[in-house]
Design a protein around this ligand. Structure first.
Ligand code: CTP
Ligand code: CA
Length: 225
């Protein structure tokens, strides 16, 4: 019913979207991750589907129901997420990266559980940088030619506008969306800052599905332009 009442602004468009955190193993029972409920990404996937898009959602470990009509691929680590994205991206018109990808992973995940030896000694962990999924996609020839429209998100704890502008330029995406804090992790409400080459606008505080629908309408306008 909702889809029947929603303007089909993304009819015929194929959206690939990442959502949720990634999880990087230290050993079979421990790992590092980022804070992300995945709610914003899942809401965007749902809103895009309602607007007529064919949606593929690449999701890190989250406890959320797949939106109706959305095709979902579950992944764990950043490298899994990149592999899944690369397998799907050639078929997409639009790529939206909402995932909170872990920036680093342990350099050598242990095959067996690391045991305390009772001496109080702590393990020394070394990290390596994970691939930047959004930058990899946004730097591809299809994205650079405009055949693939890329949207990034920015998680910042301070100086949102300045950091978002720098990030937009560094990732080479036409549109970067910042979460207007202070703390929206896991909450149902959010507010968004949209940063593009011309400036910035705000989508004021609302529930994530409302914001997702507004963002989808905005992205559809840009795709059509
Ligand atoms: N991103 C990604 N792959 C990564 C890191 C980030 O695809 N390895 C994407 C996120 O999904 C988001 C955007 O890049 O759309 C910005 O992520 P963010 O963590 O805010 O920026 P970083 O470039 O990782 O910089 P930092 O964490 O230092 O602020
Ligand atoms: Ca990061």
């Amino acid at each position: 019913l909702v889809a029947a009442l929603t303007p089909q602004t993304l009819a015929g468009k194929r959206l690939l979207i990442t959502a949720g955190p990634t999880y990087e193993a230290i050993d079979p029972v421990r790992g590092i991750t980022n804070r992300s409920s995945g709610k914003m990404g899942f809401a965007i996937a749902r809103a895009a589907r309602e607007a007529g898009a064919q949606v593929t959602l690449v999701a890190g470990p989250v406890n959320l129901t797949t939106p109706h009509g959305v095709s979902r691929l579950n992944v764990t680590s950043a490298r899994d997420m990149l592999t899944a994205v690369q397998a799907q991206v050639d078929a997409a018109d639009l790529f939206i990266a909402t995932a909170a990808v872990a920036d680093w992973r342990p350099a050598n995940a242990a095959d067996q559980k690391i045991k305390k030896d009772g001496s109080g000694q702590v393990p020394e962990l070394a990290f390596v940088e994970n691939p930047d999924i959004l930058a990899t996609v946004a730097h591809s020839p299809r994205a650079q030619s405009g055949a693939l429209y890329c949207v990034g998100f920015a998680a910042e704890s301070q100086d949102l506008l300045a950091n978002a502008q720098t990030k937009r330029a560094r990732k080479q995406v036409p549109l970067l969306v910042g979460n207007i804090g202070p703390q929206t992790f896991g909450l149902d409400d959010n507010a968004l800052l949209l940063v593009d080459a011309h400036g910035h606008t705000e989508l004021p505080r609302a529930d994530k599905l409302t914001l997702a629908r507004q963002l989808v309408a905005e992205v559809a306008r840009r795709l059509a332009a």
